[in-house]
Design a protein around this ligand. Structure first.
Ligand code: GLA
Length: 384
């Protein structure tokens, strides 16, 4: 991360002609299990990763926010927080920032202008939540610089709201919560209804391996929204507030009242919630074999019932599974339709996993995968 920080500092100095006073980071995330459960008020088990978005900033005494993006060729955006904040058509990256500032103002937080420079190394468009990291780091920056009394969960909610209402993507709360509240060397069991969290220690003898299929994620937004609607439809038929409140028995009893597709979508969510709670226990007990079983079931459920995997992702999972067997778990992670898989692998097998992916993935799919060996990392905060 140190070169990332250095670059942002240098950029700030060269654009604004003075040094920044503060440096703040927020991480991307990988979800170990609990997919498409967050917007059903259910459970998720993500961890923050050691890929971050970093901001350096200084307070201004007026109401102007000036932002420079290192990753977009030092492009500068500027807006006045005492006037209506509008959507930027030409600097899409800035809308995450504009949206968060807008939500902070709407919530009545007492803030002023800032100069800030931003850069990140969370791969974009890979399903590792680079946008949540950006939203959260902006909320965190305002918290730190203006001494706001705002909880980490509120920062997450503001990030989600910015994304839902300003950027226009209907995501759940998982990505922002783990970016805001992650703990070093721990995964986080999150109850997406109460926002209660429980830190679950990652076993020592397991590496978190993320493999990006580099399959362009097509149709993500429309498919995501369709899934949400199907889940809401199932909840209506089952007469529950959200699928979190339903059991498999309840679902089976009403099977004939819904389409086969809606039934399968609901079955994924209901079983995935149960698996996620089991997985938190398995991880806490260092029971990798059980964790591996749950991850395999989760993948099958995403593939067969929720229909969000693509063939590239399924082949990656099979390649890795053939190497790790029962000693490690592997599944697709994130929203679906491309993106990444996550594997929990004994460290001695990591090189074999890499070798197998390098040897097989490209010839099967024509694509080259990117492999990241990660650490479960700390959530957003000031870098001293
Ligand atoms: C995306 C969304 C999350 C969550 C996952 C699926 O990452 O941003 O809120 O719904 O998909 O688990």
């Amino acid at each position: 991360m140190s070169s990332l920080i250095q670059n942002v500092k240098t950029c700030f100095q060269s654009v604004f002609q003075y040094p920044a006073t503060h440096c703040i980071q927020a991480p991307g995330r990988v979800n170990l299990i609990g997919e498409h459960t967050d917007y059903n008020d259910g459970f998720v088990l993500p961890c923050a990763i050691n890929y971050q978005t970093v901001v350096v900033a200084s307070k201004r005494s007026d109401n102007v926010v000036r932002v420079v993006s290192v990753d977009y060729g030092n492009e500068v955006d500027e807006f006045d927080i005492s006037k209506a904040i509008t959507f930027s058509q030409d600097k899409m990256w800035s809308n995450y920032i504009r949206g968060v500032v807008q939500c902070l103002l709407e919530q009545g937080y007492d803030i002023q202008g800032l100069d800030l420079a931003v850069s990140g190394n969370v791969p974009q468009g890979a399903g590792l939540s680079s946008s949540a990291a950006l939203e959260v780091v902006i909320g965190q920056t305002f918290k730190v610089l203006f001494g706001l009394e705002i909880s980490q969960a509120e920062i997450a909610l503001i990030g989600q709201r910015a994304e839902n209402e300003f950027v226009g993507c209907n995501c759940g709360i998982m990505d922002q919560m783990i970016s805001a509240e992650g703990r070093q060397d721990h995964a986080m069991l999150l109850d997406c209804r109460s926002l209660e969290t429980q830190a679950v220690a990652m076993p020592n003898d397991v590496s978190v391996v993320i493999i990006n299929s580099n399959k362009q994620r097509g149709l993500v937004d429309s498919e995501y929204n369709t899934r949400r609607e199907q889940c809401e439809e199932a909840a209506r038929v089952l007469e529950v507030q959200a699928l979190r409140d339903a059991t498999e028995e309840m679902l089976n009893a009403k099977r004939s009242d819904m389409t086969e597709v809606v039934f399968k979508r609901a079955r994924h969510v209901i079983t995935e919630n149960a698996r996620t709670l089991e997985a938190a226990k398995a991880l806490a007990n260092d029971d990798i074999e059980q964790m591996a079983k749950l991850m395999a079931q989760s993948h099958a459920s995403m593939r067969d019932d929720f229909a969000i995997t693509v063939k590239e992702i399924d082949s990656l999972v099979e390649i890795v599974k053939a190497v790790v067997g029962e000693e490690g778990g592997v599944r697709m992670t994130g929203g679906g339709f491309g993106g990444c898989i996550v594997a929990l692998v004994p460290p001695r097998l990591v090189d074999f996993v890499k070798a197998a992916v390098e040897a097989q993935y490209q010839s099967l799919t024509g694509l080259e995968a990117s492999i990241y060996v990660c650490q479960a990392s700390q959530g957003a905060g000031l870098i001293k």
